[in-house]
Design a protein around this ligand. Sequence first.
Ligand SMILES: [Zn+2]
Length: 137
Amino acid sequence: MEKELKYEIFGWTDEIHDCDFCGKSELKSVAIMKNIETGEILYFGCDCARKATGISTSEIKKEAKNKQKILNKERFNLAKNELMQTTEYIEKYNAIEYVDKYFRHSIKERLIYLKPFLIKYAEKKAEIESKYNVEYL
Ligand SMILES: [Zn+2]
C-alpha cells in the first residue's frame, strides 16, 4: 500500500535555519513544507524533508525550485496588475502619449514635461515592488 503523504513541498529558503521536524538549528537552508491537512507552513532540514516525504533531497530541491518559480511568477503578475491600475501609471502613460503628440522633435521639452510623472511613477513602482517582494516590474 502506498504511504499517504502528509506534507507537500512548497519551496526552499536559506533565510530560515531551524528544522520544525527535529528541532535542529543552524541549518544552511531548509525546505518549505505545507501540511496537506492543516495548510500549516513548516520548515524542514533536507534530511527531515526526505524522511517526511520519502523523496530524495535532489528531487525535493528540484520540486521546490519549480514551486518557487510558479509562486514568484504569480506574485509578479499580481504586483504588475496593481501597478498598472495606479494613478501614477495612468498619468505616466498619458504624459508619454501627450509628448509623443506635441513634443515629438524636442527631446529636452519631452524630458522636462515627463520628469515629474516619471519620478512619481518610480516611487509607486518601488513601493509595489517592495510590498510584493519582486524586482524589475
Ligand atoms: Zn530536522
